[in-house]
Each structure stands twice: as C-alpha cells, then as structure tokens.
Design a binder for this molecule. Structure first.
Ligand code: F6R
Length: 243
C-alpha cells in the first residue's frame, strides 16, 4: 500500500483527480471503477473541470460503479445511477452506454450479479478502482465479516451504514433500502490499481485498522493490504490514528 497524506480533503481530491486523469490520458479506452458517497464529490468536480478546461477526453472510457441500492430504479433521486449522472456523467463526454451501475431493480438479482461480473470481464477488467471507506471499514457495500474473496453479490447493510447513509437520504430515509448489490472484495482486488480516499476524523479508526490492523474480514478495507498497487489517500484528520 502506498499511503499519501494531504493537508485536507480538497488537496486529496485534486491529487486523486490527477491520478485518474493520468490513467485516462495514457489509455483513452481505460476502464474506471467508480464510487459514490460524499468523499469523491470534489474529485468528480475536478474531472469535470479538466474535461472542460483541459480537454480531458472520456469518449472511449468505460465505467463500472461499485454498488447500487436494491429496489431503486436509476431515475430515483437517491439511486447511485442518478448520483453518477448528476455528479459526473452528464457533465463529460462519456458514452452513456459505456457507464455501468448494477441494476437494483433486476427481477433476478443473482443473475444481475453474475452478469455484472461478466460485463467487467468482457470490458477487459478494471484499470483503476476508486474507493471510499465506511466508518466500519467497508469498501463498496462489503460490510464487516463478509468474505474477502466475494464476487458481486447482494449484501444486507449494517446498522452503522444505514445510520451513516440516512443523513444523505434525508427526508426520504424511511424508504431507504436495506440491501445493495455490490462488487465483492474479490472483484475489487482484481482491479489493476486501487485508489482509496478517506478523509476526516470519522474515518480514523477504520483507516488505522485498514492500514495497520490485521488483515481481517472484520475490516474489509484491510484486504487492500494484499493488493500490489493500492494507493490510500488520506488527510491529516483521517491519518491521525496511524502510528
Ligand atoms: C459508495 C461506496 C461506499 C462509500 C463509503 C464512504 O459507492 O461504495 O463504500 O465509499 O460508504 O462513504 P462517504 O464517502 O459518504 O463517507
């Protein structure tokens, strides 16, 4: 793991955008693994700026998002498909047909999980996988104690995750799904490079366990210790618990 500590989340997101933009410039047909949540918002803003001001070209890029809530159609304002459309896709020149988010409304969710894995394989695998980190150490929606070899699957969200995400869900929170389709930890580890961002004091414990703790299913993020090319981008607050 390469650990990069920036003074604040803004600097972290700018550096993350540079890393992702370099992948796209070096390989215009790159396959990007993407995340939602609060953490990457500024990174997406910077990629949009780079597209607008510097001509960063996404026309041949393919994307796969980590996860989606079960039961929410892509038109639902809290769906991750909607999040991606709003915060990135509609602002850049990406071909929508090349953007993939699991279908949380699929009649056969297991078949959707298998098909998602197949689509990633058919695209040639993921060149760089962007990740956030849950306060409980989850990556994607792989909650503590799930298998570290898992492939795309349906997961029941933990109480902690439901509490954390209900802030974002806002007034609609009673309708918040309790399950999600997520790439498995094994799927994530197959990416040729991983880039995890974790900022702020609420991530201190998860960051310390992910980097220094034992490799254990209780902290799914610790699986990145096994990845040959994983960058962990922190700010001074989230890094405060490292020895
Ligand atoms: C999002 C995802 C989650 C988040 C994590 C951190 O697609 O897979 O693992 O990255 O819950 O969320 P934020 O960034 O909101 O703190």
């Amino acid at each position: 793991m390469e650990i990069l500590i920036q003074p604040n989340p803004e600097a972290g997101c700018l550096l993350a955008a540079k890393i992702m933009a370099r992948v796209v410039r070096e390989k215009p047909t790159a396959v990007l693994g993407l995340a939602t949540g609060r953490t990457p918002l500024q990174l997406y803003n910077e990629l949009i700026r780079m597209h607008r001001d510097d001509g960063l070209d996404f026309s041949k890029v393919t994307t796969f998002n980590l996860d989606e809530y079960v039961g929410l159609p892509g038109t639902h304002p809290q769906s991750y498909r909607h999040f991606m459309d709003e915060h990135l896709f509609r602002h850049i020149n990406i071909d929508r047909a090349r953007t993939h988010v699991p279908d949380g409304t699929a009649a056969d969710l297991q078949a959707e999980c298998r098909s998602y894995e197949q689509r990633i394989a058919d695209a040639g695998g993921i060149d760089i996988q962007l990740l956030g980190l849950g306060r409980n150490g989850h990556i994607g929606f792989n909650e503590p104690t799930g298998s570290l070899r898992s492939r795309t699957w349906v997961k029941i969200l933990s109480e902690q995750t439901l509490r954390d995400n209900s802030e974002v869900f806002g007034s609609d929170e009673r309708g918040m799904p309790k399950q999600a389709i997520t790439m498995g930890v094994g799927t994530i580890l197959d990416a040729r490079q991983c880039l995890l961002l974790a900022f702020g004091p609420s991530k201190v414990r998860a960051v310390a366990h992910m980097i220094e703790g034992p490799l254990a299913a209780i902290c799914p993020g610790s699986a990145l210790q096994m990845h040959p090319r994983a960058i962990v981008l922190l700010d001074e607050n989230s890094a405060a618990g490292l020895r």
